[in-house]
Write a protein that binds this ligand. Structure first.
Ligand code: SUG
Length: 420
């Protein structure tokens, strides 16, 4: 067993890349399909994400980040022999900034949960969607730099493509404290509905084995097929966990009571905060992304729910949040944040971050945010990120040059030449 320093949750947010656009590539992701063809604002999008990072850091939390992947992806364009006759969506895949949603970058098992006492990360293959399937080799490269310390981290290749894996978006961890072993819950979908089930049970089981989890502390639960059909393409659209708390919609799981019982059997301290369907319908939960929230333990010990500002615009959702706060439950604050550019592609506050429980001193410091670094990033974004991208510009060589140069400017500013 390695010696464990002070383990804290570090949120690694994906910085929104300069090619951020609305191409409508994700079937089953209602926001993304609805906004297909809209004009995107990459600069505003990146600054919104950075503001979220800054506000969490200002609350005393350790904040990390992962950087945009190289786009347009020349390898993918070549592999698909993209030419003037190719459908726009195929070309757009190679331009996607989807790596911003780092909840899909990997699944993470903190050191106290694993057989060898290291924190394990498995890059997610994301095979269900073309534009996301190109991410994992570059994500892996980045994870291997950020978590290069092999005494404390083990970074695994993605599981084979026969089994779709969408990473931490379908994974929840319960614990009484980060130094104690937790219980890890994997939520998978079954195919057959009108939209793809993106997380395969066998991918989840392989990840649990790769990470050396104790089978008594790993729970596998089926997502409600009705939730997938209603647009919950990942479990984190209808449920989120932190510490002892599971915050979930009443229709999140195929067998709701069975899911609670299975988690409680492995983790008796479980506290469920369930939102009933008559207070917030599945459709309203999905359009506001109430559950795609960051459920954070603040340094004071209080739990706060960082929700998209869309939640405040919904009378049903905001009313429910207010009554929850009045009821004196475990969640003591609800904090709206504006990530509307990401939301329009189906990515809320929780999609934008990968949680890694680790001693910050063991992480490559170039991936940890400071106020000065945030200022520097904001300057690079303001100078280099396109203000807007219209759908017809995807494929434009001048725009491609601008996007490539923008990313390189950021890598230079952050002293990460290995990623160029
Ligand atoms: O994979 N959207 C992403 C959103 C991911 C949200 N992540 C979590 N729930 N954790 C997706 O569907 C849209 C891109 C486009 O259509 O251009 C997109 O990929």
């Amino acid at each position: 067993m390695s010696s464990l320093g002070k383990l804290v949750e570090i949120n690694f947010d994906g910085l929104v890349g300069p090619s951020h656009n609305y191409a409508g590539l994700s079937l089953g992701n209602l926001a993304a399909t609805k906004n297909a063809g809209a004009i995107s604002y990459p600069r505003a999008a990146a600054l919104q994400g950075l503001e979220k990072m800054r506000s969490n850091m200002a609350r005393g939390l350790v904040q990390g980040f992962l950087l945009p992947l190289p786009r347009p992806n020349g390898t993918l364009l070549e592999q698909l022999a993209v030419d003037d006759t190719t459908e726009p969506a195929i070309r757009a895949a190679a331009w996607s900034a989807s790596s911003m949603w780092t909840a899909n970058a990997a699944t993470v098992s903190p050191a106290p949960d694993t057989a060898d006492g290291r924190c394990h990360l498995t890059a997610a293959n994301l095979v269900t969607m073309l534009h996301r399937s190109q991410e994992w080799p570059d994500t892996l490269r980045q994870l291997r730099i950020a978590f290069a310390d092999q005494k404390h981290f083990a970074v695994h290749d993605a599981v084979p493509p026969a089994f779709g894996d969408e990473g931490a978006a379908n994974h929840m961890r319960f614990c009484t404290g980060h130094d104690a072993p937790g219980v890890e819950v994997f939520v998978y979908g079954r195919t057959g509905g009108k939209f793809p089930a993106r997380q395969h049970e066998q991918a989840s089981r392989a990840v649990a084995r790769l990470h050396g989890l104790d089978p008594a502390r790993a729970v596998f639960i089926e997502q409600n097929p009705a939730a997938i059909a209603a647009g919950a393409f990942h479990n984190d659209v209808v449920a989120v966990a932190n510490g002892r708390v599971l915050f979930a919609h009443a229709e999140a799981f195929a067998d709701q009571q069975g899911a609670y019982d299975a988690i409680r059997a492995a983790f008796p301290e479980l506290e469920v905060v369930e939102v009933p369907s008559d207070a917030v319908s599945l459709a309203e939960a999905i359009s506001t992304y109430l559950f795609n929230a960051q459920l954070l333990t603040l340094p004071t010990g209080e739990m706060a729910l960082v929700v998209p500002s869309e939640c405040r615009d919904s009378a049903a959702v905001w009313g429910w949040c207010e009554s929850m706060l009045a009821s004196n439950g475990p969640i003591r604050q609800v904090i709206p944040v504006d990530v509307r550019q990401s939301m329009a592609n189906g990515g809320g506050p929780a999609c934008l971050r990968l949680r890694v429980v680790a001693d910050p001193a063991t992480v490559d410091p170039r991936f940890l945010l400071t106020d000065a670094k945030a200022d520097l990033m904001a300057e690079v974004i303001a100078r280099h990120w396109p203000e807007q991208i219209e759908p017809g510009q995807i494929g434009d060589p001048a725009l491609a040059d601008c996007i490539i140069a923008a990313r390189h400017a950021l890598l230079a500013a952050l002293d990460l030449p290995e990623l160029s």
